[in-house]
Every structure is written in structure tokens, then in C-alpha cells.
Design a protein around this ligand. Sequence first.
Ligand SMILES: NC(=O)c1ccc[n+]([C@@H]2O[C@H](COP(=O)([O-])OP(=O)(O)OC[C@H]3O[C@@H](n4cnc5c(N)ncnc54)[C@H](OP(=O)(O)O)[C@@H]3O)[C@@H](O)[C@H]2O)c1
Length: 334
Amino acid sequence: MKVAVLGATGLVGRTMLKLIEDRAWVSGDPVLLSSARGAGTKLEFAGRNLECKEVTAEDFHDVDIALFSAGGDASRIWGPVAAGAGAWVVDNSSAWRMEAGVPLVVPEINGRLIKPAGLGEGGIIANPNCSTIQVAMAVAPLDEVFGVREAHVTTLQAVSGAGQKAVAELERQEKNPSSEGNDIFPRPIFRNAIPAIGAALPDGSFEEEDKVVRELRKILDRGDDLAVTCTATRVPVVTGHSAAVRLVCDKPINLVRAADALNKWPGVKVDSDPHGYLTPREIAGQATVHVGRLRAETNNPHALMLWVVADNLLKGAALNAVQIADLLAGKSQS
Ligand SMILES: NC(=O)c1ccc[n+]([C@@H]2O[C@H](COP(=O)([O-])OP(=O)(O)OC[C@H]3O[C@@H](n4cnc5c(N)ncnc54)[C@H](OP(=O)(O)O)[C@@H]3O)[C@@H](O)[C@H]2O)c1
């Protein structure tokens, strides 16, 4: 299948390129696209240097799968153009996620929504928000066993979740702590924690928190019956998001069954010791979602607490998108 990558020069785009290098369903060289800024950038693919070009409508002719990671504005413009030209767009931005008729997919949870692509049919499939993906991967197996009715989430999100300029901002502040100028984050991120990700919303939340609430319900095919709350924080970690999650379930919690359900879920590993955990530093570069600190709540037999860490650039973005593309190509997940 002919592939295009829009946002190829970015953190997610570069990670996607690495992941598709050895996918047998990719035919020929991918078309690498960016804005005018990145045009001319040479990117390595399968040992060769390919040149990135500024996106135009013609670039999507003959493309079967278009992997997008260029932000919401670009996705809103180029999504319908690429889909109209017959490509299947797998979009990493938030532009189409809550649109009726656009599947929001984590392959291990609702991959059934993806049918192998009819060539030339075209359409848009949305990749969820990075924090939502890893939380959903931990909640889905527990929902099957215990029936989750409340999910309360606090995230600790790495700076790479905000793109390469955000990583550069942390590195700049690390080198020169006395001049802590900040463009990407609302306050200096070095030696700090910032409970504000995305635009402020009228209900007192920030955009990232609203994404977790709405996207988790859509992925799990639930409505208001699933109560979700989220506080999203940015921390000075380069790669790897963490989330502290508290679930309240219909059925009383049995920790052995909870650990068993998590371990059996594809793409999830659990440390069932309540004091066991992994950190972002330990899991960066891994495809797996890791669950630890699994423990019951003393005063509520229906409540369970856990710690979830995953690589935001892999399962939180590029890997999940490429897994969706695997399904479109008629391949099982790898
Ligand atoms: N980073 C994560 O962990 C993560 C997780 C989930 C989802 N996402 C989403 O993935 C997208 C990209 O994230 P990132 O972290 O890779 O950001 P990034 O490092 O800042 O890269 C952004 C990419 O988008 C391109 N781009 C920006 N505006 C464009 C436009 N108008 N037309 C065409 N290309 C344009 C840039 O190209 P130039 O070189 O031309 O500037 C660059 O390739 C965002 O929507 C983000 O929300 C990111």
C-alpha cells in the first residue's frame, strides 16, 4: 500500500517512519509531507535519505494510507482532501476525534470498528489523545470483569507530548535555569509541575482534561453512565506519560482477578505487587502499557487504584496509528 506521512518532520511523524520501515504492507517509499518550514528536510527511511516536501492536494493521489501528525489545523484542511482522493487518513490530532461517524480507535479495545480498506474508498479514522490511550488500555480489561462506573484520572505528562519545540524548551531551561523563558508552556517546566494543558474551558477544566473525559467514553462505547474526571499535569519528563487512576466498579474488586485480566490484555503488563511500579524512564521506547501500584481501597470494596505508564510517542501516538494502519491493510497487530 502506498503511504503518505503528513507531519513527517515532527516527533510523532519521525517515530511513525521508523515503525513502518519493516511493515510488509508498505509499498515503495512513503511520501513525506510537512509545511513550508520543513520542506527540504532529509529523513531516513530504510537506510535511505528521503526528502520532505510541502503538502499539496496532488500528494494524496494514489495514496492508500495517509498517517497524519501535523496538528489540528492541518488535519482539518488536509483530512477531507486526502480522504476525498481515496486515501484512508489515520489522524493523530484532536480535529476529528469526537466527530460522529469518525471511529476513535485503540486496536486492542475497539479494533473491530476497522474493516480492511477497500482501495480507493477513503475516510478518516481518529487516533485518541496520548493519555487517553494508555488509561483506556488499563480500564478496558477491568471494565470487562468488574463493570467500571467511575474513572478518576490524574496524569503526569512528558514534555514530548507537546512536540519538539516543547522538548527544546525544557532542554534550554535545564542548561540555563536562571533564564527560564517559556513559550510553549504557561510557566517554566524545569523543576516544576504545571496543572494546565491546553486551553482553559468555561467549566474550570483545561482542554486536555476534557479530551480524556470525552474520548474515554467514546472508546469504551459508554455515555454519561461512566463518570470520568481528570486533572492533567505537565512534568519535566522527556518521554513517557504516567497516570494515577482510581476506578469505582459495579462488582466488588478481587485483586487477583484484576491482575489476571490486565495481564491477559494484549499490549498490557501488570506488576501485581501493590508496591510494584515502573517509571517513564524505564519504559521509554517500549510498546507496552505498564500497570503497577494495583491496590484495593480500604474503605470501599468496589474501588481500585492503579498507576499506568506508557511511551506517549509510541502507544500514545505513532504505534497506535500504525496499528490502525495494520488493520486497514488487513494485517493482525504486530
Ligand atoms: N507528541 C505526542 O506525544 C503526541 C501524542 C498524541 C498526539 N499527538 C499529536 O500529533 C501531532 C504532532 O505532534 P508532534 O509531537 O509530532 O509535534 P511536532 O514535533 O511539533 O511536529 C509537528 C509536525 O507537524 C507539521 N506541521 C505543522 N503545521 C503544519 C501545517 N500547517 N501543514 C503541514 N504540516 C504542518 C510540522 O512540520 P514543519 O517541519 O513544516 O514545521 C511537523 O512535521 C499533533 O496534532 C499532536 O497533538 C502528539
